[in-house]
Design a protein around this ligand. Structure first.
Ligand code: SF4
Length: 141
């Protein structure tokens, strides 16, 4: 699946849930998006939910800002590095991020990074419009 396909589909799912939560406070919305609640209430939101599996081994995992406002992608390539095409990067160069490097591609690997999954960060960057928070993610113009 291309990044853009996932991005558009995920944003729509997020918006559908937000419509359902329109009468809840911001704090209640953030609480609703906790992994343990989402697995029960929104099984279609993430393919990992059906196996009760987390993308990150973190007790307080919150799914509100999946993927991450700092992620950058372009399905046509952001840039070239030697012979490889870089399809995704981290906008803040997180010390916990790493790279998937193949023969002709590089993708950002966020599996070791908890930045967008902590509620302190979500509160600080909160908007009820997921596409608004993610406005810098899609680098394809
Ligand atoms: S490494 Fe962390 S901060 Fe950077 S894009 Fe990935 S999840 Fe976001």
């Amino acid at each position: 699946m291309k990044y853009i396909e996932w991005f558009e589909a995920h944003g729509k799912k997020h918006a559908t849930i937000m419509e359902k939560l329109k009468n809840k406070s911001d704090a209640e919305v953030i609480e609703y998006f906790r992994f343990d609640n989402m697995v029960k209430e929104e099984p279609e939101f993430c393919p990992l939910y059906k196996d009760n599996k987390k993308c990150h081994d973190y007790d307080e995992l919150n799914c509100y800002l999946c993927a991450c406002p700092n992620f950058r992608f372009d399905d046509n390539g952001i840039k070239k590095e030697e012979e490889k095409t870089v399809y995704s990067t981290c906008g803040i160069d997180s010390k916990d991020g790493s790279l998937y490097i193949g023969d002709d591609y590089i993708h950002q690997n966020c599996s070791g990074c908890l930045v967008p999954h902590k509620e302190k960060y979500i509160k600080k960057n909160f908007s009820r419009n997921w596409f608004d928070i993610m406005k810098n993610v899609n680098q394809a113009k």
